[in-house]
Ligand binder design. Sequence first.
Ligand SMILES: [Fe+2]
Ligand SMILES: [Fe+2]
Length: 179
Amino acid sequence: MLTREESRKLLATYIDNENLRHHCEMVASAMEAYAQNLGLSESEIEDWWTAGLLHDLDWEKFPDEHPNHALENIFPEFGLPEPVTGAIRSHAPERTGKKPHSVIERYLFACDEISGFMHAVSLMRPNGFEDMQPKSVTKKMKDKRFAENVSREDIYEGANLINTELPEHIRFLISVFQK
Ligand SMILES: [Fe+2]
Ligand SMILES: [Fe+2]
């Protein structure tokens, strides 16, 4: 298993785009916060953080094979535990054929698209996340042209997968991203 420093080094090796690295950090923070909130062990919290940080590792260099390239050719050499690779595999079910089942898998799916969307919303606001409300986000979701590459369907499905009302999920993530 990689330390946080090693994971970040690996990320920097594969991703030049700062926005994409920022997205990975956001999802890692979201996963860590949820793992803590669920009262998981220290090692599980590390798994959750790592799954968040590395889930898009091969997106920049191998967009057509993502995330299968990382799963087959990068992760094996680092001995990532199954919960981490399973979560990364199932964050893109249409590409891997694996739907999210376990808790870590469900949460990674639930945190990915919404984090990207919330980041886009934060950029439109003078105070970013500071005074953001769930409504600021759900309203923007109805604007089809805003961040149009973010799947609204995946966002709703994610909230369902973690048995959380979407506004509540968003409220939790706002508190995470405010830090
Ligand atoms: Fe991805
Ligand atoms: Fe992502």
